[in-house]
Write a protein of this length. Structure first.
Length: 67
């Protein structure tokens, strides 16, 4: 599970790494897509109203790394 605050903190750190050329495995457009995992955007993406726990679970699934 990931809260909205945890998500923003982690993504901000990754964005800093990309901007400092420390990370090159992810692009800014991909990061921008992940930043839309805020509550309202996430509910729209999922197509339904979600409570806090459901949003955290959906956020974690949406932000999970693809193997």
């Amino acid at each position: 599970m990931m809260t909205s605050e945890e998500t923003m903190t982690c993504l901000s750190h990754v964005r800093l790494g990309v901007n400092l050329a420390l990370l090159d495995d992810i692009t800014i457009p991909t990061l921008n897509e992940l930043f839309i995992t805020r509550s309202r955007h996430l509910q729209k993406l999922m197509g339904s109203s979600l409570d806090g726990e459901e949003r955290n679970a959906a956020r974690a699934r949406t932000c999970a790394p693809v193997a």
